[in-house]
Ligand binder design. Structure first.
Ligand SMILES: [Fe+2]
Ligand SMILES: [Fe+2]
Length: 144
């Protein structure tokens, strides 16, 4: 019963949705500005909600110890960096400037892969079933 709840499953599914919306944004380039803006807002909404979930439903409830603490600081720094890129991208879209999402896309993929390969498995492995159930309850109240 110890592994009946998994943080990895929920958050990895959400990563796939975010990357899918980023692809949707990529294919919108060259179309009507309203189509691009709509694709951008969908991507931004899902990504910001995901970061909020990580920061307020997961990281808040971890003991900031050893490696996990350092790992989470790096992740939070990347969240800020990505949000900054998102702001810049929003301005480029509003001003109908040339758009390049390569940097954002690369960082986002790298960030997500680190969480999927290192962070989430570690949390699933190390947190007690009760602690995970509590965190999962917080996650699902935001994600679903
Ligand atoms: Fe993250
Ligand atoms: Fe994530």
């Amino acid at each position: 019963m110890a592994n009946d709840v998994e943080i990895w499953d929920h958050m990895t599914k959400d990563h796939a949705r975010i990357i899918g919306f980023l692809e949707g944004l990529r294919v919108s380039f060259g179309k009507e500005p309203s189509v691009i803006r709509q694709a951008f807002e969908r991507f931004r909404w899902t990504l910001e909600k995901h970061f909020f979930t990580e920061e307020r439903a997961i990281f808040t409830f971890l003991k900031q110890e050893d490696e996990t603490g350092g790992m989470i600081n790096d992740i939070l720094r990347e969240h800020s960096e990505i949000l900054g890129m998102l702001d810049a991208l929003g301005k480029d879209i509003d001003d109908e400037r040339h758009i390049d999402i390569t940097g954002l896309s690369d960082l986002l993929v790298r960030h997500s892969q680190f969480e999927e390969k290192v962070l989430y498995p570690r949390l699933d492995r190390e947190l007690s079933a009760e602690h995970k159930r509590f965190i999962l309850g917080r996650i699902t109240s935001i994600v679903e």
